[in-house]
Design a protein around this ligand. Structure first.
Ligand SMILES: [Zn+2]
Length: 122
């Protein structure tokens, strides 16, 4: 009787270990494939107000680089520098790998920064 109970518990614990490992593998695979993907609705909260959400009319430079190599202070996924006396705007956006790691789409980040080029402050 004791042996049967032990066998049953052992079998249950094996199944729990297998389920736990399968769960870990699923989470790992999801993270590798999708990064920390944020929903479109969550990302769209970053979009500028409509009056700033349009293509920049001046000279636009868009630089891409790994996050630690970008000319943004403090370090972040993107930034925009607007010339005060010239129609020039320079945008830095992190590499696709960095954007994926933080769960952002390039087009959302670009529209956010274009809003800054168009005078948006927040
Ligand atoms: Zn901003």
């Amino acid at each position: 009787m004791t042996n049967q109970k032990f066998t049953w518990l052992s079998s249950l614990s094996q199944w729990l270990v297998i389920l736990f490992l399968a769960w870990c593998a699923t989470i790992t695979l999801y993270t590798v494939v999708f990064g920390n993907a944020r929903s479109r609705a969550e990302q769209e909260k970053l979009l500028p107000p409509a009056e700033y959400d349009y293509h920049y009319e001046g000279i636009l430079f868009v630089h891409r680089a790994p996050m630690d190599k970008m000319d943004c202070n403090p370090k972040r996924l993107a930034c925009a520098k607007v010339w005060q006396d010239k129609p020039i705007c320079s945008i830095w956006i992190a590499s696709d790998d960095d954007l994926k790691r933080y769960g952002y789409d390039y087009d959302i980040v670009l529209r956010h920064e274009l809003g800054h080029c168009n005078g948006w402050r927040h």
